[in-house]
Write a protein that binds this ligand. Structure first.
Ligand code: UGA
Length: 432
């Protein structure tokens, strides 16, 4: 039998880690302060729409290798305790560590003498050496093991990671070796560093992705002004192995629960250190501007002018989640654009296959064809593949004007043209 592992936090990182570690042969106890959530998890109910997660939880519960609770006491015999707590943004992007600190204060008296604490939570550089103090246990070893799980692919990313990062001081400490063994079945390369490098590597990766996506969004704007096609340009760029073809899709901006938070946290850390990392602030500024640009594109499509009057104008929105494959609305550019249109007076009706309610000022419907009714313009804001398969002739029958802003460059121009729609993409159509 594998190790006895405690996981603190049953959010998407905690629950995925717990279920996957049980799959890898360990005995896992996962604790969360939310008693109602723990009750549901004990009954095998998973409210996250992560592929394969519910099956893995059911498998672990049935095998007796996965258990859920609210009391940290159950972690008294854990050999490794994995921290998967949220670190939400505080003032100026500085991460708020209150939840982490109070959880560690409760955990400290419980931990076995040779337990190792593993931080998966994204924490500011310099946190690891402070953890024994937060625990009130100077004897406890800490290993920083940042996660790189994407929403909608979390189980796959956990079981088939690109790399495992293990930070310890010193890097080859026995505690780091124990954590490395957990991941041996994945066969992934292990990078051993000090804790500061491991903590920074997580922020650095998300910050770089944010800069990459903002770069492409400005490039798309430039393409619109000089007759170039952003797909051709990014195809050429992506074939250079130094650049890589991922994360080169323009859109309404990047969002979600991680990229925005981590980019701001990295910018804050640089400022605190007196390092000029204006590049990051600029990526954030470009991202805000990109959302505004999409609002202007929809206004232009609906009224003929980028600042046209939207009062009483009906707009159909396809997609609200921050990306396809999830119902997550946190910091979603789609929500930002839809609510901005509503604030300008538009009557916004939206459909998203994974969202049924909860967007201020926007009527959320459960049928994509309802968004088109009397719409002066439709806009695709999330790249759900099913939007490509919609019957655009059927949509054409109920709209007021046949114009669609394809903010994800998702739709097939020929089917749109066949249905009589004017399609306005990002980085392709000349627009002023
Ligand atoms: C991101 C990272 O990709 C993960 O590696 C990391 O572990 C995770 O944050 C985290 O810190 O927990 P995730 O938030 O699931 O994962 O989302 P991504 O797939 O990275 O997408 C982020 C945003 O960028 C989305 O709004 C997406 O639409 C946008 N994006 C992505 C683009 O605008 N263009 C692209 O080409 C790719």
């Amino acid at each position: 039998m594998g190790e006895r592992i405690g996981v603190v936090g049953a959010g998407y990182v905690g629950l995925t880690s717990a279920a996957c570690l049980a799959r890898l042969g360990h005995r896992v106890s996962c604790v969360d302060t939310d008693a109602a959530k723990v009750g549901r998890l004990r009954a095998g109910e998973v409210d996250l729409a992560e592929p394969d997660l519910a099956e893995l939880v059911a498998e672990g519960l049935a095998a007796g290798t996965l258990a859920f609770g609210t009391d940290p006491e159950v972690l008294a015999d854990a050999e490794l305790v994995v921290l998967c707590l949220p670190t939400p943004p505080g003032v100026n992007g500085e991460p708020d560590l209150d939840m982490l600190r109070s959880s560690l204060a409760r955990l400290g008296p419980v931990l076995a003498p040779d337990a190792v604490v593993v931080t998966k939570s994204t924490v500011p550089v310099g946190t690891a050496p402070r953890i024994p103090g937060y625990l009130g246990r100077p004897d406890i070893a800490v290993v920083s093991n940042p996660e790189f799980l994407r929403e909608g692919r979390a189980v796959r990313d956990f079981l088939h990671p690109d790399r495992i990062v293990l930070g310890a001081d010193p890097p080859d400490s026995p505690a780091a070796h124990r954590v490395a063994n957990l991941y041996a079945p994945t066969g992934a390369p292990v990078v051993r560093t000090g804790t500061a490098s491991a903590e920074l590597a997580k922020y650095a990766s998300n910050g770089f992705l944010a800069v990459k996506a903002s770069y492409v969004n400005v490039l798309a704007e430039l393409c619109e002004h000089c007759g170039a096609d952003v797909h051709d340009v990014t195809a050429v760029m992506g074939m250079d192995e130094r650049i890589g073809s991922a994360f080169l899709a323009p859109g309404p901006g990047w969002g979600g629960s991680c990229l925005p938070k981590d980019t701001s946290a990295l910018a804050y850390a640089a400022e605190e250190a007196g390092v000029d990392f204006a590049l990051l602030r600029e990526a954030v500024r470009v991202n805000d501007r990109q959302r505004t640009r999409m609002v202007r594109a929809v206004r232009l499509a609906a009224t003929g002018r980028p600042d046209g009057e939207l009062s009483g104008v009906r707009i159909g929105v396809l997609g609200l989640a921050f990306k396809a494959g999830t119902g997550d609305l946190r910091d979603s550019p789609a929500v930002a654009v839809a609510t901005a249109l509503a604030r300008h007076g538009a009557e916004v009706t939206a459909y998203d296959p994974a969202v049924r309610s909860g967007v201020d000022g926007v009527q959320v419907v459960d049928d994509p064809y309802l968004v088109a009714k009397d719409a002066a313009a439709c806009v695709v804001l999330t790249e759900w593949p099913e939007f490509r398969e919609l019957d655009w002739r059927r949509l054409a029958a109920s709209v007021d004007r046949r114009v669609v802003v394809d903010a994800r460059n998702l739709l097939d121009p020929q089917s749109l043209a066949g249905a009589g729609f004017t399609r306005i993409g990002v980085g392709t159509t000349p627009r002023r």
